[in-house]
Write a protein that binds this ligand. Structure first.
Ligand code: SF4
Ligand code: SF4
Length: 196
């Protein structure tokens, strides 16, 4: 694949393993997207923005975090552009450049709590993950309703066996999980300056 000379476009293309230049704006991706009616910018328009080098602006849209990664767009594209991969790249860039649409900051806080948990334990410890999410969420916006939300479900979930107080059995090879996380972090280390 030809490497784009614009570092921001090249970054998106390397994360998504695709060439945005191949898009000829037929709109089939937008027409098939189940989230399109809620999006502020349609998937095909996001691809056009990336083609133009407006990567940070594309990453800051609501659409970036409304995408559920269903891959319908990528499957429909007559030019085999991996639109879902581009949306995933925009999600990563919105986190790195701190330009997440304000409605989705809690979504990102939850994702971070989940990943931190897997990084530490090799699997999720539900109680620890919920505690980290609630504390980080509270420190973000001091929202008491968020901190208390869902607390009433705790006892009934516990008695139905849906909330485990003890961590599950440990994974056999925690070092392997650590190596996966280290490798992913290394891949992204030098890319922060690509997007202005
Ligand atoms: S379906 Fe493919 S070619 Fe058509 S607008 Fe979407 S990305 Fe571009
Ligand atoms: S992957 Fe995202 S952008 Fe593509 S069709 Fe699904 S929700 Fe829409």
């Amino acid at each position: 694949m030809h490497k784009n000379t614009n570092p921001a476009i090249a970054l998106v293309e390397s994360i998504a393993h695709t060439s945005v230049a191949d898009c000829y704006q037929c709109g089939k991706c937008s027409a098939g997207c189940p989230q399109a009616d809620k999006m502020d910018v349609l998937p095909s328009v996001l691809i056009r923005m990336v083609q133009n080098g407006d990567v940070k602006e594309a990453a800051a849209t609501e659409s970036t975090w409304l995408c559920v990664g269903c891959l319908t767009c990528s499957a429909r594209c007559p030019k085999s552009v991996n639109i879902a991969g581009v949306l995933d790249a925009l999600k990563q860039i919105s986190i790195r450049k701190n330009c997440i649409d304000s409605k989705y900051r809690r979504t990102v806080t939850f994702q971070k709590a989940f990943l931190n948990n897997v990084r530490r334990n090799g699997r999720t410890n539900e109680l620890e993950m919920v505690a980290e999410f609630k504390i980080a969420g509270f420190l973000n916006d001091f929202s008491i309703p968020l901190a208390l939300k869902d607390a009433m479900f705790g006892p009934s979930m516990f008695f139905k066996g849906k909330l485990h107080l003890k961590p599950g059995s440990p994974v056999k090879d925690k070092a392997l999980v650590k190596r996966i996380f280290d490798k992913c972090s290394k891949l992204t280390e030098n890319e922060n300056d690509a997007v202005e």
